[in-house]
Design a protein around this ligand. Structure first.
Ligand code: IPE
Ligand code: IPE
Ligand code: MG
Length: 257
């Protein structure tokens, strides 16, 4: 019996091994390694970013096809503004170009676009294009794709504390009423569930200021694949690993069954 099972698994494609009923509700990805991908090929860093956009399509399409409801991609951090001016400008141009180009992919797959982060810091053109695609896809229901742009978790938490302090000061809420759910409602991610699976590519094993509050109980998955090389199969592998983990949320294993 066990041997039969192994043979069956061997013949099954990665995609077939994913259990539909156990899909994570929210997958977040730290898309890292564009620069090193380019360097390995003797290319300039921005070529890595350029090729990274293909991997974005792979991840988005694979997620939508499988039925994942929420996919959040870390595209640009608050710290990334410190990069060389030319690289930042190219990243912003790529964002505008990708939004224009991928609106069709979003509509064809019934995907709603959303964005989190300090969006007012984006160049006007990028901000406007982003708002345009968000508006055009707002009624799509298959999946929510959230781009983290000029996003930093600490900036987000500071923003929440300022908003709540002001509400306390103006007697809109009492300090005693502050709980996890109120905090959730003031985060950029207020419309998203907690992250179930966090993937980071490129071999780095750190969070880099991404969704610190929201990943409290996320399963972490690190892969050495550099982001431009990320294919649908890489997402399938992450999902299979995720589905084979036991999420205990502080309880004992016995309590779960
Ligand atoms: C991720 O790739 C893209 C962004 C952070 C914008 P990197 O540009 O960080 O690539 P590496 O880490 O230098 O290889
Ligand atoms: C994290 O990658 C940010 C994004 C992927 C957008 P970085 O490449 O900026 O992270 P560090 O600096 O290596 O931690
Ligand atoms: Mg990096």
């Amino acid at each position: 019996m066990a041997a039969d099972r192994v043979i069956a698994d061997f013949n099954m494609s990665l995609k077939d091994q994913i259990v539909k009923e156990k899909l994570p509700n929210h997958v977040a990805i730290i898309m890292d390694g564009n620069g090193r991908w380019a360097k390995q090929k003797g290319l300039v860093r921005v070529m890595g970013h350029e090729n990274g956009t293909k991997a974005v399509r792979e991840a988005v399409e694979a997620s939508a096809e499988l039925g994942i409801k929420n996919l959040t991609l870390y595209a640009f951090s608050t710290e990334n503004w410190k990069r060389p001016k030319l690289e930042v400008q190219t990243l912003m141009k790529l964002l505008v170009r990708s939004l224009k180009k991928e609106i069709k992919t979003l509509q064809d797959n019934n995907i709603k676009l959303s964005a989190i982060g300090c969006l007012k810091d984006l160049p006007n053109k990028a901000y406007e294009e982003l708002q345009d695609v968000i508006e055009k896809t707002k009624d799509n229901t298959n999946m929510t794709l959230t781009l983290a742009l000029s996003y930093g978790s600490r900036e987000e938490i500071v923003k929440v504390i300022k908003e709540l302090s002001l509400k306390v000061k103006n007697n809109i809420i009492s300090p005693e009423s502050i709980d996890e759910s109120i905090i959730n409602k003031h985060l950029y991610t207020q419309n998203l569930p907690d992250v179930d699976l966090l993937i980071r590519t490129s071999g780095e094993q750190r969070i880099s200021n991404f969704l610190l509050w929201q990943i409290a109980y996320a399963e972490l998955y690190f892969t050495d694949i550099l982001w431009p090389d990320f294919k649908k199969e890489n997402l399938y592998k992450a999902l299979i690993t995720y589905q084979n983990r036991e999420r205990r949320f502080g309880k004992t294993s016995e309590q779960l069954t």
